[in-house]
Unconditional design. Structure first.
Length: 274
């Protein structure tokens, strides 16, 4: 029995051996945790981000490659995908995760330039990613897995700014439509929707909202007390990375067009009667 357990652990220990993955927004936060987890599990990872120093240092420390890539620019995303294909001859996975928060404020006074800027990154970045990843996957081997990062704010109102919610809801629609087209070619497309990970992005959102400095522990406390059905628990970037790896890996081979919500049940239920 012990041997059996050992064998099972060995066979599932490294689920990404030989997989070639591009991770946008991989220099820090959820993307960085996912880059580390993929690499630990045997994947060849290309980190694509605009934070060159952080991204290069992380890539060097995990045997990955780094490329400067502003996802709002289609040519940058195309170059990141091409780097993976040139490096290892194929692309198996795109984790399209880059994103920014804000702009805050009333819908009556939205600054349309800020709106367009956010949409160009949070939404068009995913369009660029899916387009070029699908092209590479179709050319290389007609299979693959694309995972986009949406958000609890794409499902439920009032969790973030209007424009952020709009971009994240749109990602879910984009993902489902892409999954409909690409499924027959063996390419799966899914989303993850995290909630409440005290990353730099969330912290800057809280700073704006509260008008003062906040610490990650304070945000975690708020999430665990008010933003989750799992009282006392807070999500980490590593929790989200595990979900991203599940969807990216062959373990999720029959899952497509799915939005995997990592919110401790928050957007699905309430503990109050009225
Ligand atoms: P983060 O700020 O730590 O990471 C975001 C990463 O995206 C950074 O490395 C940043 O440099 C990169 N990025 C920003 N603009 C870019 C651009 N134009 N091109 C390429 N890279 C760019 O925050 P995070 O929380 O790790 O965010 C990762 C993703 O998770 C985002 O899409 C975010 O919207 C989403 N998300 C986060 C939470 C949360 O609770 N933290 C919840 C829901 C969704």
């Amino acid at each position: 029995m012990e041997k059996c357990v050992d064998d099972m652990q060995t066979s599932s220990a490294k689920r990404m051996i030989g997989k070639v993955a591009v991770i946008t927004g991989g220099a820090r936060g959820i993307g960085a945790a996912t880059a580390k987890l993929f690499a630990e599990n045997g994947a060849h990872v290309v980190i694509a981000d605009v934070l060159d120093e952080l991204g290069t240092n992380l890539a060097n420390s995990i045997g990955a490659r780094y490329i400067h890539c502003d996802v709002s620019k289609e040519e940058d995303v195309e170059s990141a995908i091409k780097l993976a294909v040139t490096w290892k001859g194929k692309l198996d996975i795109l984790f399209s995760n880059a994103g920014i928060g804000g702009p805050a404020g009333s819908i009556t006074s939205l600054d349309m330039e800020q709106v367009k800027h956010l949409i160009s990154i949070n939404l068009l970045g995913n369009v660029h990613g899916i387009k070029h990843a699908a092209r590479a996957m179709l050319t290389c081997h007609s299979k693959g897995s694309i995972v986009c990062t949406s958000s609890s704010a794409g499902i439920m109102g009032g969790l973030a700014s209007h424009t952020y919610s709009l971009s994240k809801a749109a990602i879910i629609g984009l993902m489902r439509t892409a999954a409909c087209e690409l499924g027959e070619h063996g390419i799966r497309v899914n989303c993850i929707s995290p909630h409440g990970v005290p990353s730099e992005m969330l912290m800057s959102g809280y700073r704006l909202f509260m008008g003062n400095e906040v610490r990650p522990e304070e945000v975690s406390k708020l999430v665990s007390e008010k933003g989750s059905l799992l009282r006392g628990k807070t999500p980490t970037a590593e929790d989200v990375a595990k979900a991203a790896m599940f969807l990216a890996s062959d373990d999720a081979g029959f899952i497509t067009a799915h939005n995997l919500v990592l919110d401790g049940g928050y957007t699905s239920g309430t503990t109050t009667m009225n």
